[in-house]
Design a protein around this ligand. Structure first.
Ligand code: TRP
Length: 443
């Protein structure tokens, strides 16, 4: 057995758990994905469905998933194995862990490409390369990047290398230290951008777009997108919060930590929306313009603003930081698993990073690979993982065993959570799956 199995690492304090998990949650999902999928799905009604999914599916599953990790004190695969064994149920439940490790790698295969776009825009902002150009030219700049495979390859490789470097340093020394520096920077940069949008964008129009619901636009497919995004943005259903939970100090309350993280993540998504939509409208663009939205809109806004190069650099540094604290969480479950199988952390890191790198190259060359990886993971694997976690904790683990690990809440609150997890959460996921499949066949 290796050393790491004898002494499983623990975050140096409670705040580090919160920062690491918030860092995992807040990422490209909040700043890049949320604005453009909300745009593609009509705005308000979609935002409302997404918030509902956070509340009824996201938070209950997060509590369950973190609990499995802390109780098992191991990576997702072994944590599930131990729990299944102690509850006397099939070892097959550990497949949740294996599917999770795979999903994390698959997400990173396109996530890193988008993070690379963000690095490119840090570079372009810092060198003032789009400053003073016409809005059409600035927006077209993203199309040029999308065709430039060499450039994307360089940034993707750089991003994967930094991710691997931090993760390779270890849980407390690498991930813990990184989030303690990165997260405060992220909060400050975001407030700065909100202030800018308030002063320079069409702020009210942005707000109206986000919060006025037109339910006629809501289809089965957009419902699935909203649910998938709730899982994606909270980093649920694949073992990220399970492995981070396995490093959580014993004295920390899982429900209050989970509510804090879900609240911060939702707040940051809404604030990012409030910062970005006003600029979209002020730039004369459409919010439904797809994955390029962020990289077309914001440079336009910065291109004719006083200090645009400076604020533009700051903004894309923010996006890159958010991406980095998430990407380390996508790869950690797999690394922790390989370590337990006796592979050194360095070898595990290099191996998995290489795999992500290869997948990223495929995503750069093929938009189909890119969008298939995104669709499969966010809309299918994560909700399925979440559903299985809810069923396992709700129906297989047993009330007393679960109650012991969930501290810091009254029996009343605990019971509400447990009932929601047993009934509402699984039914919710199944109904959304069903509605979207029905939609596929045009019924
Ligand atoms: N939540 C991150 C984001 O919004 C992405 C992410 C990190 C993730 N870890 C995850 C998504 C685990 C799903 C599962 O950008």
């Amino acid at each position: 057995m290796s050393d790491s199995t004898a002494s499983h690492p623990i975050w140096s304090n409670r705040l580090t758990y919160i920062l690491a998990t918030t860092g995992a949650a807040v990422g490209l999902g909040n700043i890049w994905k949320f604005p453009y999928i909300a745009g593609e799905n009509g705005g308000g009604a979609f935002v409302l469905m997404y918030l509902l999914c956070i509340l009824l599916l996201g938070i209950p599953i997060m509590v369950a998933e973190v609990m499995l990790g802390r109780k098992g004190r191991a990576n997702p695969v072994h944590a599930m194995l131990t729990q299944a064994r102690s509850a006397g149920v099939s070892k097959g439940w550990s497949l949740i862990g294996i599917m999770g490790v795979a999903a994390g790698i698959m997400i990173l295969m396109y996530y890193s490409v988008v993070a690379g776009w963000s690095l490119e825009y840090v570079f372009q902002s810092a060198t003032s390369s789009y400053i003073g150009k016409s809005p059409t030219d600035v927006a077209a700049g993203f199309g040029v990047l999308a065709q430039d495979t060499t450039r994307q390859l360089i940034w993707h490789s750089a991003f994967i290398s930094v991710t691997a470097f931090i993760v390779g340093l270890g849980v407390t020394r690498g991930i813990g230290n990184a989030v303690n520096i990165l997260m405060p920077m992220l909060f400050m940069l975001l407030l700065l951008l909100l202030w800018y949008a308030y002063n320079n964008g069409e702020f009210m129009r942005g707000l109206t777009f986000m919060f006025s619901a037109d339910f006629s636009k809501l289809t089965g497919a957009s419902l699935l997108t909203a649910m998938g995004h709730a899982f994606f943005t909270l980093s649920l259903g694949m073992g990220t919060v399970m492995v981070y939970g396995s490093y959580m100090p014993e004295s920390q309350s899982i429900p209050s930590a989970s509510v804090t993280v879900a609240f911060l993540d939702t707040l940051i998504a809404l604030v990012a929306g409030m910062a970005i939509f006003p600029l979209v409208f002020a730039s004369g663009l459409e919010p439904g313009s797809g994955p390029g939205l962020l990289f077309e809109t914001l440079p336009i806004a910065f291109s004719d603003m006083w200090g645009g190069a400076f604020f533009g650099t700051g903004f894309f540094v923010l996006v890159s930081i958010a991406a980095l604290s998430s990407s380390i969480s996508l790869i950690e479950p797999g690394i922790a698993w390989l370590e337990k199988l006796g592979i050194t952390r360095i070898k595990a890191t290099v191996g998995l990073a290489l795999l992500c790198w290869i997948g990223g190259v495929a995503s750069i060359y093929s938009a189909d690979v890119f969008s298939t990886l995104d669709y499969l993971t966010a809309n299918i694997m994560l909700p399925l993982g979440g559903l299985l976690i809810a069923l396992f904790v709700g129906w297989r683990l047993g009330y007393t065993r679960v109650r012991k690990e969930i501290t810091g809440v009254s029996n009343g609150l605990f019971n509400i959570w447990f009932v929601v997890l047993r009934f509402i959460t699984p039914i919710g996921v199944i109904v959304v799956f069903y509605e979207s499949i029905k939609g596929l066949f045009g019924a």
